[in-house]
Write a protein that binds this ligand. Structure first.
Ligand code: SAH
Length: 345
């Protein structure tokens, strides 16, 4: 199969140029076209000789995903693009505009094997891992959209479809490639990996001591409830997850975010809030509370305001640091756990 240029490291690109009898510096030129000029076609690479462009066209692929559709939320803050991959699989990327930043929410897998009860992706099952090039290409796609508006991408969160720590190598090499100062030059601390609590993945991530942010989807503070919402808890219990997170914090000195989707009368009780506070007290963590985005497959509602207040009152009392997140892009089904839902209906 022809290599996808987005799958290659600079060294691999150099090796390729070498096998073609091209000078090594050509690789760097291609690299600049890919990651600085955001080229989508080798014929845009006008600093290369025509013969090399033709060689690239014949021997490699430049698999920028095709945009099939896009939608913008009514308030204009959130945009969702439906992308088609070369094998016809479809993924969505979400772009969120904030006052001081532009964040891309991207996917690590097509579908997901974890089957979290409240998540639309979880309910559709696992299709395949994305290649590192497909992960890179999503970020570049969003960067192009922003560039056309005179803006720059500032943050990337792996909170779309899939479990990033179950596609560990491809996720990490994609981030590494986007991080290269001679290429896309996006700092590691601008990336956030979100995991449902894959303990071996968290431990491996800890050992690498990167600057990449870690977010852990907790959603419940007792094993009984967490097991019900997130089947992965049977494999990696709350205690194991929290231990791995504590070790991560001690090793890296970095703060971890816990995600907590508030589901009416399920995990928004005062008892759960108390259990959460007891478990995380003293840890260098921040809790992100998100009202659940309704999905077609899960018969539950987002928490009402007064229940949210009762929940956060407990956290306040225990001095747990938290943010109540706004829901975004609800009118275009661009919320977490909702991606790809509409076409499946
Ligand atoms: N598998 C990873 C990353 C993808 S999900 C993880 O579990 O963290 C990204 C975030 O969206 C997770 O915190 C997940 O729990 C949350 N999420 C899933 N479904 C949701 C829904 N219906 N409403 C709000 N958040 C949801």
């Amino acid at each position: 199969m022809q290599p996808n240029l987005y799958d290659l490291t600079l060294e691999e690109l150099e090796a390729l140029m070498d096998t073609w009898g091209e000078p090594t510096y050509r690789a760097r030129q291609v690299w600049t076209w890919l990651y600085q000029h955001l080229a989508t076609d080798v014929h845009e690479m006008t600093s290369l000789p025509k013969s090399l462009r033709e060689h690239l066209e014949q021997e490699t692929q430049l698999d920028a995903p095709t945009r099939l559709a896009h939608q913008t939320s009514l308030d204009g803050t959130t945009r969702k693009d439906l992308l088609e991959l070369t094998d016809g699989e479809r993924i969505e990327v979400v772009l969120m505009h904030y006052i001081d930043r532009h964040t891309a929410c991207i996917s690590s897998q097509v579908g997901c094997s974890l089957a979290c009860e409240f998540c639309a992706t979880g309910q559709m099952g696992f299709e395949r891992n994305l290649s590192s090039g497909e992960i890179v290409a999503q970020v570049l796609h969003v960067a192009r959209v922003l560039e056309a508006e005179g803006e720059q991408l500032t943050n990337v969160v792996l909170m779309g479809m899939g479990e990033p720590l179950l596609n560990y190598d491809n996720v990490m090499s994609a981030i590494q490639r986007l991080h290269d100062p001679d290429g896309f030059n996006m700092g590691q601390r601008r990336f956030t990996i979100s995991t449902a609590g894959i303990v071996p993945g968290i431990r491996r991530f800890t050992d690498e001591e990167t600057q990449i942010n870690l977010s852990v989807s907790l959603h419940a503070a007792t094993n009984a409830l967490r097991r019900q919402l997130m089947p992965i808890n049977q494999r990696y219990s709350l205690d194991d997850v929290l231990l791995a997170v504590q070790d991560y914090i001690e090793t890296t000195n970095r703060r971890v975010t816990f995600e907590w989707v508030l589901i009416q009368e399920v995990n928004d009780t005062v008892q759960q809030a108390e259990a959460l506070a007891a478990r995380v007290k003293g840890m260098l963590v921040h809790v992100n509370l998100i009202p659940m985005n309704p999905t077609t497959v899960y018969d539950a509602r987002p928490s009402h305001q007064e229940r949210i207040e009762a929940f956060t009152e407990v956290l306040d009392r225990h001095h747990i640091s938290y943010t109540m997140r706004l829901r975004r892009g609800i009118d275009i089904q661009a919320g977490c756990g909702q991606l790809r839902q509409r076409e499946e209906r």
